[in-house]
Design a protein around this ligand. Structure first.
Ligand code: PEP
Length: 253
């Protein structure tokens, strides 16, 4: 079993109005209150962050955002800065989720800028990478992951300690199709080797790599048993307190 503390985060995406978001946070608290040896975060919508943060006060659940812009303030209509996210209690932000890469068109250079600015602003970053199905089928998977990592994390140094990489094969996100434990482990080993070549063996050994893509209570235990799987980024199953708690508890020590 790896010495790295497992980290399980829920990405609520563009779901839940205020009352339901607060109810989910309230429902989750008692279910994970005694989950030992696992770090937990939830990433609600911008509009519910403050209320969810208040609901989670004192709980062992951190607050994260799903995205953050590259400026502190100013004429950037519709954007939210890391400073604003910290102001409402966030300690984490997701950067580079596949839905932002593929639906919103965010490229490696922009994601690098976002990652660097979020880290410089004091947020921790879950940096998402992952290949499309056609990239996997054509044998381009490793090249894609390597490009996303080398460009996305370019220029980081000691701040890498505040980055978690989320390996999320795009074909497994929201599809019900999960990478097998072998596929996840193989990709995570490759990610760690790229990180080692960029930042050295010690940094690579310390890096936590989450798996994301249709993680559910019934596949979490087998996935987390793999040496290089250090937790999960959970979408659909994070929208129900009992299923997210079951995934968290599968990672508890
Ligand atoms: C995600 O959105 O990061 C994700 C992994 O979604 P799901 O768990 O629904 O596949």
């Amino acid at each position: 079993m790896a010495a790295r503390t497992p980290f399980v985060a829920g990405n609520w995406k563009m779901n839940l109005l205020l009352a339901d978001a607060v109810a989910l946070a309230e429902g989750l608290k008692p279910l994970v209150a005694s989950s030992a040896g696992v770090e937990i975060a939830v990433c609600p919508t911008y509009t519910t962050l403050y209320a969810v943060g208040k609901a989670l006060a004192g709980a062992n659940i951190q607050l994260g955002a799903q995205n953050a812009y590259v400026k502190e303030s100013g004429a950037y209509t519709g954007e939210i800065s890391p400073q604003m996210l910290k102001d409402v209690g966030c300690s984490w932000t997701i950067i580079g989720h596949s839905e932002r890469r593929h639906i919103l068109g965010e490229d490696d250079a922009f994601l690098n800028e976002k990652t660097r600015f979020a880290l410089a602003s004091g947020l921790n970053v879950m940096f998402c990478i992952g290949e499309l199905l056609e990239e996997r089928k054509s044998g381009a998977m490793n090249a894609v992951l390597e490009r996303q990592l080398t460009r996305g994390l370019d220029g980081l140094d000691a701040e890498l300690a505040r980055v978690v990489v989320a390996y999320e094969p795009v074909w497994a996100i929201g599809t019900g199709e999960t990478a097998t434990p072998d596929q996840a482990e193989e990709a995570h080993v490759f990610v760690r080797s790229v990180i080692a070549s960029m930042f050295g063996e010690a940094a690579a050994a310390a890096l936590r790599i989450q798996y994301g893509g249709s993680v559910k209570p019934d596949n979490a235990a087998e996935l987390i048993s793999r040496e290089n799987v250090d937790g999960f980024l959970v979408g659909g199953a994070a929208l129900k307190a009992d299923s997210f708690a079951a995934i968290v508890n599968a990672c508890a020590r």
